[in-house]
Design a protein around this ligand. Structure first.
Ligand code: HEC
Ligand code: HEC
Ligand code: HEC
Ligand code: HEC
Ligand code: HEC
Ligand code: HEC
Ligand code: HEC
Ligand code: HEC
Ligand code: HEC
Ligand code: HEC
Length: 320
């Protein structure tokens, strides 16, 4: 890193293609030509120190969308890190590190999560992030930079194969569930967490659509119906029976039938007897015995809803 003896900077945002900073090598005392922007518009006031020798990874930002200099909306260093005038003049001089930049995003940052996020929201409040501030992540002090890597060009959270790595650093329970025998093909890289979640939103459970069901229907349309006979818990919330992250029971079911079914349909009547042999089976008819030890789904095949009109009674029982 070169040490700057005198650096006179203007507002970086106004500069295109070079700052009039006069840099001189401290040891040689040799006059240097005015520092040039390296990767972002108006970055010279920063890259005079944070140059290739010092910070090759930081400069990789030039290869990201933020580095498209032809796009007038893209930021300079100062749009994210603040004007940082004191830092620019004094950092790295003397014994200490000198004043920090106005806004830093690393672990040592003294800025609140809100202050950091505001830098990004100055440009990105629109679109999906309109309701960012009332979402769960914002309220738990998760920052944009907790997920997005800005400098190095590898924004893992937006890659199909790499997104889960980022989410799992905080969401351990979902990591466990994702490897259970029945799971959506997320760890296989065919789907991502963001197939179902919009992590910038304030929707319930941050679903991409307003509700769990509307989100599931985007891929499982056939479960939407409308059905002539619908099963109440299905229309209410798919999550009543399924855990979409992963389960030990097949079909992402929270528990196996008949236990799943019997959590709502009590043990009296024919359905209660199918889990075990009834004690007085000699005294009861074969029609009842027909259900003994058989899965409810052997007969109730259309558990998400049925369209049978042939026989109204059977139809309502999801048996066809
Ligand atoms: C005079 C040289 C110099 C200039 C000019 C300079 N910096 Fe720095 N910067 C430093 C030094 C030295 C450090 C401390 C490095 C360390 O902590 O290892 C630093 C650290 C940083 C950090 C990391 C802070 C942290 O807490 O992790 C950021 C961000 C930063 N500078 C941004 C900028 C920006 C933006 C500009 C332009 C407005 C700029 N710097 C201009 C010398 C400079
Ligand atoms: C779009 C916003 C944005 C812009 C523009 C930006 N930075 Fe950063 N900077 C960040 C974030 C966020 C981090 C935290 C690490 C990360 O996400 O990569 C960071 C980290 C840093 C660090 C500390 C690196 C570390 O890990 O300790 C330095 C130094 C730095 N930036 C300098 C600069 C310089 C110099 C420029 C201009 C060439 C610049 N930044 C432009 C957002 C930005
Ligand atoms: C000065 C305005 C500005 C600031 C500040 C800014 N961005 Fe951006 N950002 C842009 C522009 C412009 C694009 C390119 C948009 C496009 O191509 O549609 C962009 C693109 C992005 C993208 C998509 C990149 C891609 O490859 O498609 C992400 C993610 C992003 N910004 C995150 C951030 C984060 C996080 C911060 C704060 C640390 C931030 N931005 C600060 C203007 C800004
Ligand atoms: C919990 C992780 C996470 C956090 C926190 C987060 N993002 Fe994102 N962001 C993502 C993911 C995943 C995508 C890609 C999928 C999508 O668009 O939902 C994305 C996409 C983006 C994009 C590009 C697509 C678009 O919507 O234009 C921008 C810009 C962006 N984020 C900005 C931000 C800003 C600004 C913040 C902070 C206010 C932020 N993000 C916070 C995970 C996150
Ligand atoms: C197939 C859709 C789907 C996918 C893919 C998905 N989720 Fe979810 N997630 C949901 C639903 C639905 C809920 C709400 C469950 C409920 O109401 O009990 C939820 C809830 C959550 C919750 C809140 C849990 C709670 O107890 O409140 C977290 C955290 C979460 N998901 C993280 C993730 C992560 C991380 C990934 C990627 C590894 C992911 N999800 C992938 C559908 C999905
Ligand atoms: C820096 C940590 C962190 C990262 C990274 C992170 N989250 Fe979160 N997330 C949280 C915290 C904290 C909560 C609050 C609830 C809790 O404690 O689980 C939360 C809550 C959620 C919820 C529940 C929302 C609700 O309404 O209850 C979902 C869904 C979620 N995160 C999805 C994701 C996904 C998907 C990713 C990756 C793209 C991700 N998160 C990355 C920290 C994080
Ligand atoms: C982005 C598309 C998508 C969304 C959204 C989605 N799924 Fe899936 N679902 C899939 C894919 C892909 C499979 C795997 C199909 C296969 O393996 O043949 C699947 C399989 C399933 C299975 C069968 C699992 C097994 O072990 O056979 C169930 C149950 C399921 N999804 C329920 C849900 C629920 C509930 C939701 C809403 C919370 C949901 N899905 C949202 C794409 C999606
Ligand atoms: C009352 C409990 C229950 C509810 C609520 C429920 N399901 Fe299911 N689901 C099941 C059962 C039981 C199976 C296994 C069916 C079988 O083996 O024939 C299943 C299987 C599935 C399958 C994989 C097999 C197939 O039929 O494609 C998908 C996908 C599915 N459900 C999606 C959904 C969606 C989407 C919702 C919400 C609209 C939902 N489920 C609500 C009980 C339920
Ligand atoms: C969360 C509670 C819940 C779960 C779990 C559940 N059901 Fe239901 N089921 C209901 C409700 C509520 C009704 C509507 C009852 C009514 O209309 O009297 C219903 C209706 C039915 C009916 C039609 C009853 C009629 O009179 O037409 C059948 C058959 C049925 N369920 C079978 C099952 C099976 C099989 C399972 C397991 C795969 C199951 N249910 C799981 C709550 C549940
Ligand atoms: C051998 C086929 C068969 C099996 C196995 C079966 N059912 Fe049924 N179920 C039927 C038929 C047929 C009807 C409609 C005629 C009737 O009411 O007896 C019915 C009716 C119902 C009803 C509505 C009437 C009532 O009694 O409330 C519910 C609820 C029900 N079954 C739940 C279940 C559950 C839960 C299981 C598993 C524990 C199960 N069934 C296993 C065939 C079966």
């Amino acid at each position: 890193m070169r040490v700057i003896v005198a650096a006179v900077g203007l507002c970086a945002g106004l500069l295109i293609g070079g700052a009039p900073a006069v840099a001189a090598d401290a040891k040689g005392g040799e006059a240097k030509p005015p520092a040039k922007d390296l990767v972002l518009r108006g970055d010279a006031k920063c890259t005079s120190c944070h140059d290739e020798a010092d910070a090759p990874e930081q400069l990789a930002i030039g290869k990201t969308k933020h580095g498209t200099r032809a796009d007038q909306r893209t930021p300079s260093c100062t749009n994210c890190h603040g004007d940082s005038v004191k830092h620019e003049k004094e950092a790295g001089r003397g014994s200490g590190k000198g004043p920090a930049p106005d806004v830093a995003f690393g672990k040592k940052s003294k800025n609140t999560a809100e202050e950091r996020n505001q830098q990004c929201l100055n440009c990105h409040q629109g679109g999906k992030r309109i309701h960012w501030q009332s979402g769960v992540h914002a309220n738990r002090d998760v920052t944009c930079a907790s997920c997005h890597k800005i400098h190095d060009g590898h924004d893992k959270v937006r890659g199909k194969d790499t997104q889960t790595e980022v989410c799992f650093t905080c969401h351990k329970e979902q990591r466990n569930q994702a490897t259970r025998p029945s799971h959506h093909p997320v760890i296989e890289g065919k789907m991502t967490c963001s197939s179902c979640h919009d992590v910038h939103s304030d929707n319930p459970k941050m679903m991409v659509r307003g509700s769990t069901n509307d989100t599931c229907y985007t891929c499982h349309m056939e479960k939407r119906g409308p059905f002539v006979h619908s099963h109440q818990p299905v229309t209410e919330d798919c999550g009543i029976c399924h855990n979409p992250h992963g389960t030990t029971a097949a079909n992402l079911l929270k528990s196996r039938p008949p236990f799943l079914c019997q959590s709502c349909h009590d043990g009296s009547g024919h359905h209660g007897q199918s889990a075990a042999l009834p004690a007085n089976r000699a005294a009861i008819g074969t029609s009842t015995l027909g259900t003994v030890a058989r899965g409810c789904l052997n007969c109730h095949t259309n558990i998400h809803g049925s369209n049978s009109t042939q026989d109204a009674t059977a139809g309502t029982r999801f048996t066809r």
